[in-house]
Design a protein around this ligand. Structure first.
Ligand code: GLA
Length: 728
């Protein structure tokens, strides 16, 4: 078993492949202490790390200064209001308005496998891959039961955590803060990585030194957001891609999150992560339970690169589900950048015809096919085909596309309502709003009040009708605004703090219905580009549109940041037309293909209108995708050069799991006058095996490729190159 309870020392020892995580029950009052998280060790007792024999001592020895104990003890799960003045994870409001909570160990169970979390996405594993631990703690004054949930993925360096809370008292209690993880690290000087961004420049890597004080990353936008991803890493100041201790934390949730690194007075560093407590509260009546979403914690003893590859393996094997989990995805062409709202059956068919001749496998009809939607100012909620544009109806169009040998996909935005829609005219109270106050528009639309089941049912049924009406095998689920003016006419005032979380639960419920009713549909999530690129969404859709910025050079930073955590198989990436619609940049068609290859790969252009020399390259690009996608989708990803650091040159590689193949992608962002070729050093190969360069037939050892390197010559700005080696 990879989780043991060592009775003698009152220790829980959780062992993953190269990782140990240790918890101890201490003192007569049975506090839960966090002893260690890091490189695997064999010892059963390292409780000296808790410093219980040093002042201020445990309460049984020094009850005179209990607060000093609470405020310095490395606790496993911090609670509010008793004396631990660092960030708390749990805060309540009882019937008298009191907010304090104090937990003591009560019991535990250890079992093989891993249970799912009710209503929430989470990683999964069977009896062979996972062991789980549930530690039940009690607040005897409140009659509150708090169960700390842990699972260890034995073959990966992964430990997951979440929390289940039950009100065992007859009185109602409000949970006003429930975070999912808390870890006190020894020491104060670390670096922190987060993924920061904006619309069209999502998830740029940000690394900074931290020390005393609080450093937080969060969102209150109602979705995981363009601006901040629910991920941080805490790492040694000296950690690189290949060396040093790195701890990655990723929240399996798609709504408001909060994560914080706090450098504390006694030179310890506390990391917490969970649902953002701002605008959050949850009422629990007698015997009701609340389940907090899961945090995935990855430890790497060999730098950021190993953390990345662990996340990729975990998500590919233990989060993403469905028939496309391990499968190559059809190459699609999406009409958004090709036509925007200006399309009809004829135009779509002309694109499909040309595309099918070039080898493209699926046509995706984006926004504008329903209601009276000819711009972004109307019709969301009216999920009925506009037969003025789609003459002959949807089935006819899909059949025609199928007749060309292509599959058909469709865009939807089910969470929204336009004020200019039949749905809004009929049900003006269906949007999230505060009675008496006009809610703020965003992209001329409101958000539906998904805390109301009748609204969820109505919208889901209207979408289901469309999806059942023709042979539709792909759905792009979009979400184009953030949540404001939180209010609902059905939620009592004392429960308004539940709206944000109820909204997310309803989105998950709708996605669950869709993937259950249509298991053959490939679902791609999207949110104004990449505002919902989070593990919660990956549980329902194996791929997510990464950004509305399709420029190959902008994508280098966006995709590098995204792939810090999320596998390349999940990154929606397309070749689009130039000058690029977002940044006005013109890049070579080949380079656009190389960058899209590091994702799902597809097209986002009018293939009937692009320059002939570009169109002629498409069959070769498609052959390139078919040749390399298995490797890109399933292999180990290595960052090699980063143009944000060196200002001009980007390079990454994917090595197959058996190390028999490696595909290297080089992009020269800026050409350099009067310079030699560049030297790159590969990673992750077998040093004593010989590899052959497919293009030049040159044979070099893995050691030579990794330690002495190869020279890459590129000419011109935005030029690119693939280099493919396999075992000789
Ligand atoms: C969002 C998406 C785009 C496109 C438009 C349609 O911005 O990210 O890809 O689907 O909506 O309105």
């Amino acid at each position: 078993m990879s989780i043991k309870f060592i009775e003698e020392h009152k220790v829980f020892k959780l062992d993953a492949r190269d990782t140990s995580y240790i918890i101890a029950i201490v003192d007569e009052e049975r506090f839960l202490g966090h002893v260690y998280f890091g490189k695997k060790i064999i010892d059963n007792n390292i409780n000296h790390l808790l410093r219980l024999e040093e002042p201020p001592y445990v309460p049984s020895k020094n009850n005179r200064d209990r607060v000093s104990f609470y405020d310095s003890f490395p606790t496993e799960y911090s609670t509010h209001g008793i004396g631990d003045f660092r960030e708390s994870c749990l805060r309540v409001k009882d019937k008298n308005g009191h907010t304090a909570c104090r937990l003591q160990y009560s019991s535990h169970k250890i079992y093989k496998g891993k249970k799912s979390l009710k209503g929430l996405p989470s990683t999964f594993g069977d009896d062979n891959s996972c062991t789980s631990l549930e530690i039940t703690c009690l607040d005897n004054d409140l009659n509150l039961e708090v169960v700390l949930l842990y699972s260890v993925f034995e073959e990966l360096d992964v430990i997951t955590r979440s929390v289940r809370i039950k009100n065992c008292s007859k009185d109602e209690v409000f949970l006003t803060k429930v975070l999912s993880t808390c870890i006190d690290f020894d020491g104060i000087n670390y670096d922190m990585i987060s993924l920061h961004g904006s619309w069209a420049r999502e998830r740029h890597i940000s690394r900074k030194k931290i020390s005393y004080g609080k450093h937080s990353v969060s969102t209150i936008r109602g979705e995981s957001s363009h601006q901040d991803n629910p991920f941080i890493a805490l790492l040694d100041n000296s950690a690189t891609d290949e060396s040093g201790n790195v701890y990655g934390f990723n929240f399996v949730y798609s709504g408001n999150f909060f994560t914080q690194v706090e450098g504390c007075q006694f030179d310890t560093t506390r990391v917490v992560m969970g649902i953002n407590p701002e605008d959050f509260s949850w009422k629990l009546k007698e015997n009701e339970e609340f389940v907090a979403p899961e945090v995935v914690m990855v430890y790497s003893d060999k730098g950021i690169g190993k953390m990345t590859r662990t996340f990729h393996d975990l998500y590919r094997n233990h989060l993403i589900r469905g028939q496309f989990k391990d499968k190559k995805r059809p190459i699609l062409i999406n009409n958004w950048e090709a036509t925007y709202f200006d399309f009809n059956t004829e135009k779509l068919l002309s694109i499909a015809k040309e595309a099918s001749e070039l080898g493209i496998e699926m046509l995706v009809m984006d926004d504008g096919w329903f209601g009276k939607r000819n711009s972004d100012n109307s019709s969301l909620g009216d999920w009925v085909v506009n037969t003025e544009k789609i003459e002959g109806g949807l089935k006819n169009l899909v059949d025609e596309v199928n007749n060309l040998g292509m599959e058909f996909g469709i865009w939807i935005e089910p969470e929204m309502i336009s004020p200019n829609s039949d749905l809004y005219r009929e049900h003006p109270d269906w949007c999230i709003h505060i009675e008496g106050r006009t809610p703020a528009l965003c992209r001329e639309q409101y958000v539906l009040d998904l805390s109301r089941k009748e609204i969820v049912d109505y919208i889901y049924e209207s979408i289901k009708k469309v999806l059942s009406s023709a042979n539709i095998t792909y759905v792009k689920w979009d979400m184009n605004r953030q949540l404001t003016d939180l209010g609902s006419i059905v939620i009592p005032s004392e429960q308004h703090g539940e709206i944000f979380h109820r909204y997310v639960l309803s989105v998950y419920d709708m996605m669950n219905r869709l993937t259950t009713d249509f298991p053959y549909i490939l679902l791609e999530n999207c949110s104004g580009g990449g505002a919902r690129f989070d593990p919660g969404m990956l549980y329902y859709s194996p791929q997510i549109w990464c950004s509305d910025d399709t420029d190959a050079i902008e994508r280098l930073k966006i995709q590098e940041g995204t792939s810090m955590v999320y596998p390349l198989s999940a990154i929606g990436a397309h070749v689009s037309d130039c000058p690029n619609h977002t940044v006005g940049r013109t890049t070579p068609f080949e380079t656009r293909g190389y960058v899209a290859l590091a994702g799902t790969f597809g097209y986002e252009l009018d293939v009937t209108k692009i320059p002939e020399e570009d169109r002629k390259m498409i069959p070769d690009q498609i052959a390139m995708y078919h040749k390399f996608n298995d490797l890109v989708r399933t292999g180990d990803y290595y960052r090699i050069e980063n143009f944000s650091k060196n200002n001009s040159f980007d390079c990454w590689a994917v090595v197959s799991k058996d190390k028999s193949e490696v595909l290297v992608t080089c992009i020269q962002v800026l050409g350099r006058p009067n310079h030699h070729s560049r030297r790159i050093k590969l990673k992750g190969l077998l040093e004593s095996k010989m590899y052959v360069n497919e293009e030049t037939n040159e044979v070099l050892s893995g050691g030579a490729l990794m330690y002495s390197g190869i020279n890459v010559s590129l000419y011109g700005d935005y030029s690119g190159k693939l280099i493919y080696f396999k075992l000789a």
